[in-house]
Design a protein around this ligand. Sequence first.
Ligand code: COA
Length: 176
Amino acid sequence: MAISDAFYSEIDTAEPLSIIMKISVFRDKSTKQISNFVQGIVNKTFYYSKSARSKEIKKFSPLAVKKDLKDKNKLFLIAKDDNRIAGVLNGYYEAGMFWIDWIVVGSSFRRNGVAKSLMNYLEKKLKREKIHKIWCDCRTTNKESISLLKKLKFKKIAKIKRHWYKQDFYLWQKYL
Ligand SMILES: CC(C)(COP(=O)(O)OP(=O)(O)OC[C@H]1O[C@@H](n2cnc3c(N)ncnc32)[C@H](O)[C@@H]1OP(=O)(O)O)[C@@H](O)C(=O)NCCC(=O)NCCS
């Protein structure tokens, strides 16, 4: 099913890319497509252990996403190329900060600047909203994510051993 522009608000053209892409805040009531997109990638990512994978898949069910969208502290950004979802970023506001839960780009769209554009869009939006800090974590083995966060000038602030599903993590922050 094609996604209509009516599903989106705050449509903005991202910086020039080799693909045509728009970033927007996702507020659609029909969450099946975004859910399928994220669950498909969770299923394939080798960074997850078996138990992590099954928990994460539940977190992105259509119903769970629908519930999240009702929470004004939670945010989903979506990148689309024409009518196809290219990437998703989700997280939540807390105490004047924003926590990035996850950023994910479809495998056929990677290395095209989609993640960078989602993050840049997020930063601009949060600055307008007077949010003072973004923070997030990633597995110590996730080289793509580490490289992305360094490139975007996030600072590594801690290493957390045997953390989420006993995996090692880095904690990152960026002041806005
Ligand atoms: C991490 C991820 C979101 C990057 O998305 P992307 O759209 O391909 O990234 P971009 O094209 O915007 O690249 C931005 C920077 O990220 C880094 N990067 C992205 N992919 C990389 C790779 N395969 N190897 C090394 N660095 C990489 C680079 O620094 C890159 O900058 P450059 O292109 O100037 O070298 C994507 O690989 C992904 O969805 N991975 C699976 C989910 C995941 O692990 N998410 C992070 C959870 S913490």
